[in-house]
Design a protein around this ligand. Sequence first.
Ligand SMILES: Cc1ncc(COP(=O)(O)O)c(C=O)c1O
Length: 416
Amino acid sequence: MPSRDAVSYFGAGPAPLPTPVLEEASKVLLNYHDSGIGITEISHRSPEANAILAHTQSSLRKLLDIPESDGPEGYQILFLQGGGSGEFSAVVYHMVSVWLGALAKKRQQGLDQEAARLRLDYLVTGSWSLKASQEAARLVGAEHVNGVTDARKHRDGKFGLIPPPDTWTQTKTNDDVALTYYCDNETVDGVEFPSPPSGQNLVADMSSNFLSRPVDIRRHAAIFGGAQKNVGTTGITIAIVSNSILPPHAEMADPTLLRKLGLPVGPVVLDWPTIAKNNSLYNTLPIFDVWIAGQVMQRLLDQSPVEKSPRIAEQEAESNKKSQMLYSVLDGHSDVYNVVPDKSVRSRMNICFRVKGGDAEAEKAFLKGAEGKGLMGLKGHRSVGGIRISNYNAVAVAAAEKLARYMEEFAGERKA
Ligand SMILES: Cc1ncc(COP(=O)(O)O)c(C=O)c1O
């Protein structure tokens, strides 16, 4: 049986966690802070749990420079369950309710005609934004969902590009737009936005590049991400939500009105105002997952100087260094490897490529050779095939270097 040290794991999620965090986790599972009780056994309403929650929130605030204020310029940090997929629905329920709440304030009559103007703008640049847009269409009806762009139409039916903004068809009237949605890093297709797009009520899925670079929080109405890649264990999703779209700064539509107009009313556990009002403790929060995320964040803070702003810049430099090294091996052997996405949008987190143009035998041999060296988790997503290196924060530089050496060796053998 291989030891943890013998394996370098590049899985796409769940993904590696820093070993010291897991070592500490194994202790607190048995006995949290000498209380005689394990962390998964304590009440989510206990003082210990509250301290864990506060620590994780404040660490995230420092790392991403999240504005703290009760005014409309402040942001709440929420912990939810239901994964990134749960938030595909939550964002729709919430942003539609905010949109209708604002409309109902302005007009008492003719609301059903006005409600027909509702638009949800989706930038479809990969498999996850596609799924999110499909969920929006399921909830509110396809007639309300505007595909601002569909990258497949610009690249022979396949993802791998972010089409230029001058080709986008954003909804023209800002008042009609409940949200503009994008996925910052497409985990399956290896496509990452170099910088956030523009759009009314911008919402971002950052599940697979959370905490890997600074984020311009103030440009967003909301940002969410599942914890299980860069932040922690499977079980919690983090949402950073602007106060400007939460009560009392925003008026939510009454559920009766939503029902009357045929618009959806979501489950209470996904309801951002309810979760915000209860500081994420509306129902039982998996506090162990919040603790893990807090430990991962604390390590990032410890690594980066206090005077540096933003504190996440160190992590960005490391992510860039690892991804540039791996892409340079791939580019250096373009007769053996082909990177899937366009150069302009290559993800630093999920490096997707084919071996010998997708030759099944060559890709099998690549994976087998890698496994023989303890380089695991490199198979591409089942929907697209190929090879995917997930280069998340906990992948050590040494692990990326070991993989780069193997890729060089393999390419040398294939050329010979
Ligand atoms: C970018 C992105 N968004 C959303 C999801 C869905 O997350 P979950 O499986 O937690 O629902 C994933 C999962 O890998 C993802 O990579």
